[in-house]
Design a binder for this molecule. Sequence first.
Ligand SMILES: Cc1ncc(C[n+]2csc(CCOP(=O)(O)OP(=O)(O)O)c2C)c(N)n1
Ligand code: SF4
Ligand SMILES: [Mg+2]
Length: 346
Amino acid sequence: MATTPNPPVKQNRIGLSVMDYRGSKSTLCAGCGHNAISERIIDAFYEMGIEPEHVAKLSGIGCSSKSPAYFLSRSHSFNGVHGRMPAVATGAAVANHKMLYIGVSGDGDTASIGMGQFAHLMRRNLPMIYIIEDNGVYGLTKGQFSATADVGSKLKTGVVNELPAIDTCALAIELGATFVARSFSGDKKQLSALLKAAIAHNGTVLLDVISPCVTFNDHEGSTKSYKFMKDHEEPLQDINFVPAFEEIDVEYEEGTGVDITLHDGSKMHLSKLEEDFNPTNRIAALTRLAEARENNEVLTGLFYLNAGQPSFTDMLGLCETPLAHLPESVTRPGREVLAAIMEEYR
Ligand SMILES: Cc1ncc(C[n+]2csc(CCOP(=O)(O)OP(=O)(O)O)c2C)c(N)n1
Ligand code: SF4
Ligand SMILES: [Mg+2]
């Protein structure tokens, strides 16, 4: 009997299939928002045609920080200490500025134990994508409130959070990050567009993704549950991303939104869902986030983008060859070179 041939496997522009971007099978709870984010990361890197071997994945500690094991298994990876991923990322980016860095952290890993390191990464505009998988709790240690939990949010035990939430997006803009956005693990279209634009950006991308914890924070009274997000998500814009390697085949009517060109020539078209919001205006972004906080809105979308600011590694004036690839004869000059330098100070 004649067999029907299998349909050809779909490939991206560098000849890889989506399977080449997958990782190990997830050990997280079924339905955890973090799993949906891993799926979007796999699709974004596949669609952008990024070589997996050209990517380094970094994380701290938490359920969220386990996620890099579940995508891009052919990439480099380093699972750091709790809250210390920024130091590892900074060292790696300086040692090899030719790689694409993606870090996955949690709200606890970032806004509690890792706050000091987070602040300095943002102010340096280190070229990397920094994702916070934000569920408002410490999932891995059984669901205590984190510093991003909203005032009035309730734990299953009935305990109510009375401390103000840290808005990691407002903080990142204030500190110097050049691409700052918030999304929801259940908003496939918006999260995909933001991830692809993040890959095209040169500088620090802070992407805070609300990612419900189905085991400890998905009940009535939680402000980070699927139901709460479905009822309260307020997208700022409808985002369309066109990578530099694709022809723009959609004409947007003049005055229907904001067009932004990214570092590599890719384009973003942001259709105005809200009048007069310009994501290239830092003060406007901070004001809009403060208003959202006052009105208890869960605002998502692109809040701030500055495509012209040099990144940390640009500012260091590094040589073209990554430091990691230079021979020891260059990176460790001999005693006579040190002696000559010391001589200058005599
Ligand atoms: C130095 C140190 N302190 C505390 C812990 C315990 N601990 C492990 S994960 C975690 C919080 C994780 O929360 P989050 O970053 O929000 O990740 P999630 O599990 O919610 O995805 C804590 C406090 C630890 N591993 N190391
Ligand atoms: S405990 Fe929560 S955050 Fe951790 S894997 Fe389960 S659902 Fe996800
Ligand atoms: Mg968490």
